[in-house]
Design a protein around this ligand. Sequence first.
Ligand code: ZN
Ligand code: FE
Ligand code: FE
Ligand code: FE
Length: 212
Amino acid sequence: MTITTAIKDMLGMEARITTLHNLFMHGLKDIYHGEKQLVDALQKMEDTAQSAALKRMFAQHKAETEQQVVRLESVFAALDETPESETCEAIEGLIAETEEVLADSTPEMANESLLFSAQAVEHYEIARYTALINWAQQLSRPQVVKLLMQNLAEEIAAERKITAMQGGNPARAAEEAVGGVSLGKSRLDEIAHEQTARQAKHQAAANGKQKH
Ligand code: ZN
Ligand code: FE
Ligand code: FE
Ligand code: FE
């Protein structure tokens, strides 16, 4: 018996998550809450962004996020459930962190600071939709899988855009490196070199922009 179950026993509390369906519903309510928080957060990020391209990116993802909320409501409907929220501590924390890092940043660092935060949010969402989709599959809910896949696709597209704006994608290069194909040291050097070149180009462009 763990300490938590011992305390729950003492208080006469029962575990609410006893089946995969329960866990799925918890995750669904959690991401539903998170997405609703993100609509407002993305609006603030758009307002704070210091370049037209970044503003456009946040505006587009905000519009997508509004649709994601509607899709999640369709998921509840498909399961004969009423949409309900469960506080997503993670998204609330990520939003709080976004505001904190931004408050600490000079206006020149605002864009990089926003990308830093937005990247973390998209990765969280990708993780959660991945689990929800796998569970919906196990629970034989093809309609739910389809709706959640649309949200996942938008998160992946957003993550790619954000990562490209940040300069490059070391994760993709690392994936290649762990991908099984034995990459010789020369190919790893090449990847590192490409990454450095892309980063330098990005830095030069950013420096150029700041002069105006
Ligand atoms: Zn939760
Ligand atoms: Fe989302
Ligand atoms: Fe959450
Ligand atoms: Fe997103």
